[in-house]
Write a protein that binds this ligand. Structure first.
Ligand code: NAP
Length: 542
């Protein structure tokens, strides 16, 4: 086995070389890579199994909105050939089975500490190590601390008084009971109509006696056109996997899809409709956005596609008033993450389903018996919260990360995340954040962005070890430049025009700013590679 992380001469060694926080898709792959490097590595995971997002989000209808054969690890050609996805868009249980298989197949389980949450980590400048504390009372010192804690990990409740007084069960979609929820013939109230709401509402409607959906902002949803994958189709795709995986890595968004070459405003109205119809029938989340080059940068161009989707909603939802309520009008198409629809809009044609517009009549309180808006009381037996997450930064600021001079990451990021490449932060040596804020992450196929970060971090740690370095830290100047650059690139798009978890606007009091890098995964990868080629420019080494 190769040597472990570099040691400081005549100084005690830390308990371990690396601690990874989280055993989701990122944490598992990071563990695998660091083990290959010969590093003693421990992974702490709050859940009692691997899976991360796919462990926690067990609500009815939970499935990926990127195709299974695209949204999966690419690092192992053997794994690619062995694993057989059953549907075009995999369900949560199938993705969880896949991640459990990866943990077993690559012998990762001995290094996992499950059911254990990291609560605090303090950088010890003298020893150049992190002291990590857990909720089970463990304390571990480690040279490197890698946060693989996910982008959408910390569930957010609705800001409405009385939640605790509700007499029936309350289920957040991201904390769905493992044994399932009893919805049959119940009066169910759902708050929230983002991706989670759009996926669970049709399935809840099938079981509930009555369903009331409380909507604050409507979404744009495209048909998923999910279907089982046929044997010959899987075989054909597998034959192409090596080239396909390579192309994914070089692509702008982590999926191999045709990119537009023309402006929407240069096309005639009839041409546009033809093109949008073709995109609509693809059943791919990004298909409409990839119709023209300017849909995410020009309001007038964007309005052409937004109105196309509204037309589809009007054609599907029979009651015109309900169709109008479901039609987004306050933000450009694509600036909040669109959703894939499997029976969402048609659910509102059913007589036992009612849509309540919280913009017109805001929620006042939750009572023992249901929900009360400014106008009406809505009795309910079960309350479902599809209200999303303190995304992008919540998992990182939710634990006490204390860097140099006692500065906390929470304090440093109070006015928004300050990070170099979304990978590291000045004042926090030897700390890495997988798919951290201001990296492409959620704007791309996460599987590809996760692999890119894990491989970059692993190469960096190898470089440090081989060079005998014990400490790496982003410089304040590099961090400032990156934060400025990320904001400039985002401001060239329409993204900041929407209030959403992309901008922090969904959490009251959270600093506003676009939280992902909009410049493209291809450009970003090249930038990260250049930093490494230059001997880790923008970092100081000790
Ligand atoms: P979300 O997109 O943030 O949606 C939360 C919903 O709850 C929104 O409709 C929001 O309204 C509403 N809401 C929040 N607080 C509220 C309050 N106090 N009162 C009333 N309504 C309130 O969260 P999500 O649906 O869980 O999805 C988050 C992200 O996770 C997605 O965008 C996606 O990236 C990922 N995800 C992916 C999949 C998939 O792969 N298919 C599935 C689920 C989630 P406003 O819009 O007005 O804030």
């Amino acid at each position: 086995m190769p040597a472990a992380a570099a040691r400081i001469p005549d100084a005690p060694a830390p308990h371990t070389d690396a601690v990874v926080v989280g055993a989701g898709m990122s944490g598992l792959y990071q563990l695998l890579r660091l083990r290959e490097l010969g590093l003693r590595t421990r992974v702490f995971e709050a859940g009692d199994d691997v899976g991360g997002t796919w462990y926690w989000n067990r609500y009815p209808g939970a499935r990926c909105d990127i195709e299974s054969m695209t949204y999966s690890y690419s690092f192992s050609p053997a794994l690619d050939q062995e694993w057989v996805w059953s549907e075009r868009y995999a369900t949560q249980p199938e993705i969880l089975r896949y991640l459990r298989h990866v943990a077993d197949r690559f012998g990762l389980r001995p290094h996992l500490t499950l059911g254990t949450r990291v609560t605090r980590a303090v950088y010890d400048e003298r020893h150049r190590w992190w002291e990590v504390s857990t909720d089970t009372g463990e304390r571990v010192t480690t040279r490197f601390l890698i946060m693989a804690s996910g982008c959408s990990t910390v569930p957010k409740d609705p800001e409405v008084p009385g939640l605790d007084s509700f007499a029936g069960p309350v289920h957040h979609t991201a904390r769905w009971p493992r044994t399932g929820a009893d919805l049959d013939d119940r009066r169910v109230a759902v708050i929230g109509t983002g991706s989670s709401g759009v996926q669970c509402i049709p399935l809840i409607a099938r079981r509930a006696a009555a369903l009331t959906v409380f909507q604050r902002t409507p979404v744009y949803a495209l048909p998923a056109l999910n279907r089982p994958l046929s044997g010959p189709e899987v075989t054909a795709r597998k034959a192409e996997y090596p080239a396909f995986r390579d192309a994914q890595r070089r692509s702008k968004g982590g999926s191999v899809l045709p990119m537009p070459t023309r402006s929407a405003l240069e096309a005639s109205a009839a041409e546009r409709v033809e093109r949008y119809e073709a995109a609509w029938s693809e059943g791919v989340l990004s298909a409409l956005l990839r119709s023209y080059t300017d849909l995410l940068v020009d309001r007038a161009a964007n309005e052409t596609v937004a109105e196309f989707v509204r037309g589809k909603i009007r054609a599907t939802v029979t009651d015109p008033a309900t169709a109008e309520l479901l039609s987004p009008r306050t933000y450009p198409f694509g600036t909040k993450r669109p959703c894939l629809d499997t029976g969402y809009y048609t659910t509102f044609n059913q007589p036992h389903v009612r849509l309540v517009d919280l913009r017109r009549t805001p929620l006042v309180e939750v009572t023992a018996k249901g929900l009360r808006t400014e106008e009406e009381e809505f009795p309910a037996d079960v309350l479902v919260l599809a209200t999303g997450f303190d995304a992008m930064t919540g998992a990182l600021t939710g634990i006490d990360l204390v860097g140099r001079d006692g500065v906390t990451l929470r304090g440093k990021w109070a006015r928004g995340p300050l990070t170099y490449l979304g990978l590291a932060a000045a004042g926090f040596p030897n700390l890495f954040t997988v798919t951290g804020p201001l990296s492409p992450s959620v704007l791309t196929n996460m599987a590809v962005s996760i692999e890119q970060h894990v491989e970059w971090i692993t190469d960096c740690i190898r470089f440090l070890r081989d060079g005998g370095w014990t400490e790496i830290e982003a410089t304040g100047a590099a961090e400032r430049d990156w934060v400025r650059h990320a904001a400039e690139v985002a401001d060239r798009t329409l993204y900041p025009a929407a209030e959403s978890w992309y901008t922090g606007a969904n959490v009251p009091g959270k600093a506003r700013g676009f939280l992902a890098y909009t410049g493209g995964a291809d450009v970003y990868r090249e930038r990260c590679d250049a930093v490494a080629r230059d001997g880790y420019s923008g970092f100081t080494l000790a």
